[in-house]
Design a protein around this ligand. Structure first.
Ligand code: ADE
Ligand code: ZN
Length: 332
């Protein structure tokens, strides 16, 4: 890639719709927060000073849980949100939606209110200092089961805030079905929240059918394995369901052996709306900026195609109509 194109991509307004706050904590921030909270980190959490240790998907989820174990105060959430948004803004990101998991906060005795107030402060401070707009998606955890998802959806419905724009689900795709979570998603949707769920990442196209047939979702987290089913691709395009694509994450988690095998271009050619995202930046050694650069370098996308991805992402975002219009004008 020429230096000129790299420079233009750096300046291109970017939109990130898929990152997990607990997966955005840089190792040095984990150590700082653990120290100030007097918490000893599990031996073997890192391979080097800057790298989390994990091998497969389940080990990744365990390392992620372990890193979030040191979060005990609103200030901790504030600092992670602020640091993540600062990094995003430095790469040209103008809007970021981040999943936050009340189950992780509750696991260490933190209240929903404290978790939320920290995130809101981080978003406000980052917008003041860097101009980036941040919003939150409350996420339940699939492997904790449908009953716990109901608790989280009800908490969401009972505690509205203008920065909370959606409901989502992450976690281990191999447990339960998407349909099992319909009661939780229906509570969130009835309370006015837009919905997304992780599907078609570890499992195949049938998991995406399960999601779009049974849940009130307008986006799918990952969804890349939809590319194995032409009828599903046509359905996603027809219904305007957007995929939150995270190529670096997919390679790190061995969903595909390399970027040459990744179906990003096939999905774009099928007319499906997408966004480009980091998922869990320090775990997968990526950032949203890295993903945009990879779009050019590894997938042959030109600047206008990358700009159209930012536009698609902003359209598919859960932001209110005024914010969308304002930020779409910035993207151009
Ligand atoms: N939680 C954080 N990252 C995730 C991923 N890539 N898949 C499922 N759950 C997650
Ligand atoms: Zn994810």
């Amino acid at each position: 890639m020429s230096a000129l194109l790299a420079n233009k991509i750096q300046k291109l307004p970017k939109v990130e719709l898929h990152s997990h706050l607990e997966g955005c904590i840089q190792p040095n921030l984990v150590r700082t927060i653990a120290e100030r909270n007097g918490i000893s980190l599990k031996h073997g959490l890192f391979t080097t000073d800057d790298t989390f240790a994990w091998g497969d998907f389940v080990e990744f989820l365990q390392a992620y849980d372990e890193a979030s174990f040191c979060l005990r105060k609103a200030q901790d959430y504030r600092d992670i949100m602020y640091t993540y948004m600062e990094q995003c803004a430095a790469e040209g990101t103008i809007y970021a939606e981040t999943f936050i998991s009340p189950d992780h906060a509750a696991a260490v005795g933190m209240s929903y209110e404290d978790m939320l107030s920290g995130c809101i402060e981080g978003i406000n401070d980052a917008e003041r200092d860097f101009g980036i707009v941040g919003r939150l998606i409350i996420s339940c955890i699939r492997h904790l089961g449908p009953d716990q998802a109901l608790v989280i959806a009800q908490q969401l419905a009972d505690n509205p805030h203008p920065y909370i724009v959606g409901f989502g689900m992450g976690g281990n795709e191999s447990t339960y079905t998407q349909a099992d979570f319909a009661p939780a998603f229906n509570i969130a949707a009835a309370a006015g929240f837009a919905c997304t769920t992780h599907a078609g990442e570890i499992l195949g196209p049938e998991s995406v059918w399960d999601a779009i047939d049974n849940l009130p979702v307008t986006r799918i987290g990952h969804g890349v394995r939809s590319a194995e089913d032409p009828a599903l691709m046509a359905e996603l395009a027809k219904r305007g369901i957007a995929l939150e694509v995270c190529p670096g994450s997919n390679i790190a988690l061995s969903v595909y052996p390399d970027l040459a095998s990744h179906p990003l271009n096939k999905i774009l050619k099928a007319g499906i709306s997408i966004s480009l995202n980091s998922d869990d930046p320090p775990f997968f050694d990526t950032t949203v900026g890295t993903e945009y650069h990879s779009g050019a370098k590894d997938f042959g996308l030109d600047l206008e195609q990358l700009r159209s991805i930012s536009r698609m992402a902003m359209e598919a975002s859960f932001a209110d109509a005024d914010t969308k219009t304002r930020l779409l004008a910035v993207i151009g």
